[in-house]
Design a protein around this ligand. Structure first.
Ligand code: DC
Length: 474
């Protein structure tokens, strides 16, 4: 599928241009701003404050959003069956959309829909974070802007044509306020992607901008076709195949998504590797497991472990996961075909850190629902401080445990810096998070994460005391 991302601040002309380009290429146009506007509309209609994260997150559970296109390719948004499209361009909706779009929980829901849609359609998307966050691998990326004066002027004319009179200075101040909001929010703020083409439309007519973008698309397609030969995807770019834009629905894209967990692994390769590697590890890093009975106390659950050296990705796995390994690893490690094949074959699940990676979440949840043990490093990355001090935990472990209603098992690995010396893997008591099973808002996950971190600290103290006592005895 071909995806064209057009990002930029409010009033830069993105939607006009995106629509025209989509029409020219026969693609679908997805107005992502309208999705945030529709969410804000739904909140306002239900008397929910668009800045109240807790209330919005409760409301989101009832938000059933569907996007449809009519015969001439116009987008219509349906919220719980109601076509809300005509309400979305009201002036007060702009600020409300900007506010609600800053809530991470809202973004995750919208971004998931947008990605699924882009996977199944040739699409031109306009927004704030498409090239940087929603589709970092989009085929074409543009960052379109204009001075705030020019953007306010365009808006002024547009309203005037509709018979509405607005004070120019107020319009300009609103636009600047929105620019600030959109580019300073925590998750996926408005910014130009490094590989996006910058287009300043201040002094350009609509036709000029369309021509400019159209030319860049053609140029890039040409270049790729000549350098990469007869690749199917590039041919489709040159031919600019006409995709029907008739009445497609975003929910249909959702239905098509491959949300099944990957093909069940037999783990034969893992067992084979384990037999091969275990004796070496045993010799180089002899490790004593303390409280193995705690590991056996739980069937399925989220195992958390500190991670400060390469062996501690291997030792806890190989020592404890005898038949199957389910562990999360950073996606970068899967970048090469060999790395990918190897890690996938032993059972590692790739995660794109720093973004909502729904494919990874689905895989982990499938493991937990099957009542298996899954291991994650809660600090999110290697922490070279060792057992001394752990970095602030990410919320992933708590979220998985709460959503699957499974316990957390904390483990702490202590590695002697010299080879052939004894190391320890201390297993703590399982942590049950029942009190958070109804968690709805990020604050609940934050509290659960703090609880896990404090329990892990207790394990750390116990481990240190254990190691000290043995060292003193010697
Ligand atoms: O493009 P627009 O004015 O219709 O967008 C309304 C608001 O939605 C905008 O102020 C910021 C937000 N938005 C976003 O955060 N991410 C997008 N991809 C699109 C819009």
């Amino acid at each position: 599928m071909i995806n064209i991302a057009i990002d930029g601040p409010a009033g830069a002309g993105k939607s006009t241009i995106a629509k025209a380009i989509a029409k020219k290429l026969g693609y679908i146009y997805l107005d992502t701003g309208a999705m945030y506007r529709a969410t804000a509309y739904f909140a306002i209609k239900n008397d929910v404050d668009v800045k109240d994260e807790k209330a919005v997150s409760l409301l989101l559970e009832q938000l059933d959003m569907d996007i449809k296109y009519n015969e001439i390719g116009e987008q219509h948004i349906f919220v719980c069956g109601e076509n809300v499209t005509s309400h979305l361009r009201e002036h007060y909706m702009s600020k409300a959309a900007s506010d609600i779009s800053a809530l991470p929980i809202v973004r995750y829901k919208m971004v998931d829909l947008q990605r699924e849609f882009a996977k199944t359609h040739n699409v031109v998307l306009d927004g704030r974070d498409i090239g940087t966050f929603v589709l970092p691998n989009a085929n074409f990326k543009f960052y379109m802007t204009a001075t705030s004066h020019e953007r306010a002027h365009r808006r002024y004319i547009e309203l005037e044509q509709k018979g509405e009179k607005m004070d120019f200075e107020i319009l300009k101040a609103d636009i600047e306020q929105r620019d600030y909001n959109d580019s300073h929010r925590e998750v996926a703020p408005l910014k130009q992607a490094d590989d996006a083409i910058y287009v300043d439309t201040t002094d350009m007519s609509i036709e000029k901008v369309i021509e400019f973008i159209d030319n860049r698309v053609k140029e890039k397609s040409m270049k790729e076709t000549t350098t990469q030969g007869n690749d199917e995807q590039n041919n489709s770019l040159i031919e600019i195949s006409k995709e029907s834009s008739k009445a497609v629905s975003i929910n249909e894209a959702e239905k098509k998504k491959p949300n099944k967990p990957r093909k069940p692994l037999t783990f034969r390769f893992y067992r084979f590797m384990r037999i091969l590697i275990a004796p070496w590890l045993r010799m180089l890093f002899p490790t004593k497991i303390v409280n193995k009975e705690n590991f056996d106390k739980i069937e399925g659950g989220v195992i958390i472990c500190n991670h400060y050296s390469v062996p501690d990705t291997l030792i806890p796995s190989i020592k404890l996961f005898k038949r199957e390994l389910h562990v999360m690893a950073k996606a970068e490690a899967f970048a090469s075909p060999i790395g990918n094949k190897f890690l996938r074959s032993i059972g590692a699940i790739p995660v794109h850190r720093g973004e909502p990676d729904l494919a990874a979440v689905r895989e982990v949840m499938a493991v937990l629902r099957a009542n298996k043990k899954f291991m994650i490093f809660p600090e999110g990355t290697r922490n070279r401080q060792g057992t001394e001090e752990m970095a602030k935990f990410k919320q992933g472990a708590a979220r998985f445990a709460i959503k699957s209603k499974k316990p957390i098992l904390p483990m702490m690995y202590y590695r002697n810096h010299k080879l052939f010396r004894r190391n320890y893997l201390y297993i703590g008591e399982p942590i049950y998070l029942d009190e958070f099973y109804n968690a709805k808002v990020p604050d609940d996950y934050k509290k659960a994460t703090e609880l896990i971190q404090s329990k892990m600290n207790e394990v750390r103290v116990l481990l240190d005391a254990h190691v000290d006592s043995l060292t003193i005895k010697k």
